[in-house]
Design a protein around this ligand. Structure first.
Ligand code: G3I
Length: 343
């Protein structure tokens, strides 16, 4: 059995794919992807910074390679992402004038969207547009184009890629204030008569602190808008957050501090069991609302690959996913599978 087979009647099971994997250089990860996942989100390689080599110039070679891999293996792709304030191409740095920003904005959606129409199942059209209090984040786009830029992005995407589903994607939008901001965005798009098919709750959570109540409330509120809900970048960090510690403990050398990087030599069984329990509770919740949820995507194939080894402190050893550094399934994997197989 595999993850994608176990949950085939419930939702898609996705993974982020790294540049390294897309280049075909991580055989073991590619085997796991083929076996367990029926959806891929490129972790970085479809971001503007990676696709654009200059003004209206693109290099699609790695993205095309990933698309070919997905097609050969009958895996769907969630494109990530057209409009994001972060990871913009270098030539956009310092560009403020509205005409230039608009030209960039229209070009990336039109060029990338139309190229992959019919090949990419869905797109994160706009990523992370909100502040924690639910207001719109200051960004190149908000400053130059005004608050309608989000509706505009969806309008352009609908035209460029009529066959892709269109999503708004953000983190912490299960939290009440930010959730209200996301609901306002979705309603505005709908009221403008523009298509939005779903919302992606990223799902970067912490061991023992997964906000189950807020997640459940969010699934209900978002799906009441007539759209699908997805969990798009799921991982659960087992390491202490630097924001919960004094600055003395969080020095430049925090990775060498056993308090901030406690599991260099392996994960104690108690922590591994807690992780399995958190994932089990989450998937119970997902299954309860499976009619409203279309995809669960993990942000990486295995622990060794996770961005959480490098953020927010570089060089730590984290264990946030279902497969370990040897590409073997962990207790968390078995706890989820047991919900479907009874074993
Ligand atoms: O590949 C280069 C390497 O050549 C270079 O030497 C090195 C020096 O810093 O950087 C490498 O690129 C890094 C890349 O990850 C690949 O590891 C970038 O610096 C680094 O910024 C980039 O981080 C990515 C991050 O987005 C950027 O904001 C993470 O991999 C990726 O997991 C993360 O994903 C985001 C989602 O897109 C949106 N939601 C949050 C999520 C986590 O931050």
């Amino acid at each position: 059995t595999s993850l994608k087979d176990a949950f085939k009647d419930d939702f898609l099971i996705g993974t982020a794919m790294s540049d390294f994997q897309a280049a075909g250089r991580d055989e073991k990860a590619l085997e796991l992807i083929k076996q367990h996942f029926n959806s891929i989100t490129p972790e970085n390689l479809m971001k503007a910074e990676r696709l654009m080599t200059g003004w209206k110039q693109y290099d699609f070679s790695l993205a095309d390679k990933m698309v070919a891999f997905a097609q050969e293996n009958n895996i769907k792709i969630n494109g990530h992402t057209f409009i994001w304030h972060s990871q913009m191409p270098a030539f956009m740095r310092g560009i403020r004038n509205p005409d230039s920003v608009r030209a960039y904005f229209e070009d990336i959606i039109q060029t990338v969207g139309s190229r992959y129409d019919g090949k990419v199942d869905s797109w994160d059209v706009v990523n992370e547009a909100l502040n924690e209090d639910g207001t719109l984040r200051q960004s190149t786009f908000l400053r130059a184009l005004g608050e309608d830029y989000i509706v505009e992005a969806f309008r352009l995407a609908q035209k460029a890629t009529p066959n892709s589903k269109l999503y708004y994607n953000d983190y912490n939008i299960e939290q009440p204030k930010k959730r209200a901001g996301a609901i306002a965005i979705i309603k505005k798009i709908q009221e403008a008569g523009v298509r939005i098919d779903g919302v992606g709750i990223q799902g970067h959570w912490h061991l023992g602190k997964v906000p189950f109540k807020d997640i459940e409330e969010s699934i209900k509120e978002f799906s009441a808008l007539g759209i699908k809900v997805m969990f798009t970048e799921l991982d659960i960090s087992v390491l202490p957050s630097p924001w919960d510690n004094t600055s003395a403990e969080v020095s430049l050398h925090a990775a060498e501090n056993p308090k901030m990087n406690p599991y260099v030599n392996g994960l104690p069984d108690s922590v591994s069991q807690q992780l399995a329990k958190d994932y089990e509770e989450l998937f119970k919740l997902f299954l309860k609302y499976k009619d409203h949820i279309s995809r669960i995507t993990f942000w990486g194939v295995n622990d060794g690959q996770s961005w959480l080894n490098g953020w927010p402190i570089r060089g730590r050893t984290n264990y946030p996913l279902l497969f370990d550094r040897q590409y073997q399934p962990k207790a968390a994997y078995y706890s989820i599978m047991a919900l479907k197989t009874g074993k």
